[in-house]
Each structure stands twice: as structure tokens, then as C-alpha cells.
Write a protein that binds this ligand. Structure first.
Ligand SMILES: C[N+](C)(C)CCCC[C@H](N)C(=O)O
Length: 288
């Protein structure tokens, strides 16, 4: 089994993550707390109350975990394509796989990475939703002191299944949309690259950016449900399950609820995925 893709996926995931984290914090807050009037209001309040550090809450943990998850995504994707089409990464420019195979491989990668991602993502969301300012004497202590304390508290209070809360919504969010992610990326690369050649860096950046946007736009409805399910359980249980969460969010807030965070998801998606694909392709070309 070729491992380069796993390593390249690992590093490129970390690069993308740092760029996108501030967008992500604002998004999670808008999706799960109703105290903000909009993106700008949320940014201002976060900055005033918590300083720049507020935007980077919960990042140290994902930087390790997202790297791992991205490595599963790209590694499984590439190895599934190898199984389906008998071509390695290097051979795929000369013998491009069909879009159906790309989609299947992307969905397979998406499904497996969703399971790895679930507990890490839950901890990230819980930490991002702590709005207490850091390091101020007299301010109230946040519920979780950090990722390890958060994981331990959830295990103690909610059991191991507590760490996988919202994982169904996460699987539904990621499986089809990561299929689409790779189809969009490959499609755009092929469109703008002469046959048999490697795509230029500019093409990789643009194709990666748009692949991220396309997949995040379609993923947003399940992203909202996922975030809400993950926060459920913190102060008792509000929802009986994923369907109940969808129904009651819809009843209370209307159809618009499923699009909360869409602007931010898309704004974040471009730089994150442009950087991810560029570093991925670059690393693989180094090791060729
Ligand atoms: C499928 N969905 C759009 C939800 C996730 C796509 C993940 C791609 C990248 N790691 C990122 O964080 O943007």
C-alpha cells in the first residue's frame, strides 16, 4: 500500500487548518449560539471579549487530529482508486480515472475519515463554544480546561458514546460531499490542463479552492445538525436524536437554520483547500 499519500495528506491538512481556524470558530458560534446578530457582530464580540486568542480556541488539538484525519482521507482515496483502476498517483495523469471511480473513492475516504474525525470534532466544537475570556483574574472558570480535560470529562459524564455524539450527522455530511470534493477538483484540473501534463500551481490552487467551496456548500445543512448534536448533552439532552434535532430546529427557526454558517464555510473553504491541495501535490511531486 503506497504511504506517500498518507504523509502528504497529513502535512497538507495541517497547513490548511491554521489558515481556516478563525473562520471556523466564528461559524461554530453562529451555528450554536443565538446571541450574535451576524458575522461581523460575532467577530467584534469575540475580539473585544477574548482578544485575538478567542479566534484560535480549540486549535492545538485539531492541528494534530485534522492532520491525521486528512491523511486518512487522502490515503484511503488514493488507495481506493488504485484498487478500482489499477493506477498509482503518478500514472493517473496519463490514464485518468472515470468520474464515477473518483466519486466512489472520495466517498470511501470521506466515510472513513468521518469516523476518525468524530471525537476530535466534538471536542473542538465544545471548546470553541466556551466564550469565557482567557487568563483574567476574577472571570468565571470555563467548563473545560483544555482538550484532554474536555475528553476526560465527557468520558466520565457521558460515557464513550458521548464522544461520538453527532457522528451520524457527520457521516452524512462527509460521505457524499467528499466524493464531490474530488470530482470537482479533478474536473477543474482536467479542464485547465493540456492532456497528459501536470496541472500548474495556479490551477491546483483554484481547483482546490473551488472543490472546497462546492463540498462545503452542500455539506452545510448536516454541518449545522452535527454541531447542535455535539453541543447537546452538555447541559442535559435537548434532542432525542438526529431527526428530532432537524425537526425541532426547523420548527423553531425555519428553513434558514440549515444554511447557518454557509458564508463562513465557503469563505474558509477556499484558502484552506487551495493550500491543502497545493501542498499535497507539491509533496507528492517531490517524492516521485
Ligand atoms: C466534506 N466537508 C465539506 C464537510 C469537509 C471537507 C474537508 C476538507 C478540508 N479538510 C476542510 O476542512 O475544508
Amino acid at each position: 500500500m503506497p504511504v506517500e499519500e498518507f504523509v502528504a495528506g497529513w502535512i497538507s491538512g495541517a497547513v490548511g487548518l491554521v489558515l481556516g481556524h478563525p473562520f471556523d470558530t466564528i461559524k461554530v458560534r453562529l451555528q450554536t449560539q443565538n446571541t450574535y446578530q451576524g458575522i461581523v457582530d460575532c467577530i467584534l464580540k469575540t475580539y473585544r471579549h477574548e482578544s485575538v486568542l478567542g479566534f484560535f480556541k480549540g486549535m492545538s488539538f485539531p492541528i494534530a487530529s485534522v492532520a491525521l484525519v486528512n491523511s486518512v482521507l487522502f490515503g484511503v482515496y488514493s488507495n481506493t482508486l488504485l484498487a478500482l483502476t489499477a493506477t498509482s498517483h503518478q500514472e493517473r495523469r496519463a490514464q485518468p480515472p472515470s468520474y464515477t471511480n473518483i466519486f466512489i473513492a472520495g466517498c470511501t475516504g470521506g466515510l472513513l475519515q468521518a469516523y476518525c474525525l468524530a471525537p476530535f470534532d466534538l471536542i473542538k466544537v465544545r471548546l470553541q463554544n466556551q466564550t469565557e475570556p482567557r487568563m483574567q483574574i476574577g472571570s468565571s472558570e470555563p467548563r473545560y480546561r483544555g482538550p484532554v480535560h474536555c475528553a476526560a470529562s465527557i468520558l466520565r459524564e457521558e460515557g464513550p458514546q458521548g464522544l461520538f455524539r453527532g457522528s451520524w450527522a457527520l457521516v452524512l455530511r462527509d460521505t457524499p460531499t467528499l466524493g464531490m470534493y474530488f470530482v470537482t477538483y479533478e474536473g477543474l484540473c482536467r479542464q485547465y490542463t493540456p492532456e497528459g501534463q501536470n496541472p500548474s500551481s495556479a490551477t491546483v490552487l483554484v481547483a482546490g479552492g473551488f472543490a472546497g467551496i462546492a463540498s462545503w456548500i452542500t455539506a452545510t445543512p448536516f454541518d449545522v445538525i452535527k454541531s447542535r448534536m455535539q453541543m447537546d448533552g452538555l447541559k442535559g439532552r435537548k434532542y432525542r436524536g438526529m431527526l428530532d434535532c432537524m425537526a425541532s430546529s426547523f420548527q423553531q427557526e425555519g428553513i434558514g437554520v440549515f444554511f447557518k454558517g454557509m458564508t463562513l464555510n465557503s469563505a474558509r473553504a477556499f484558502p484552506v483547500n487551495a493550500a491543502t491541495f497545493l501542498s499535497y501535490e507539491y509533496l507528492l511531486s517531490l517524492w516521485r
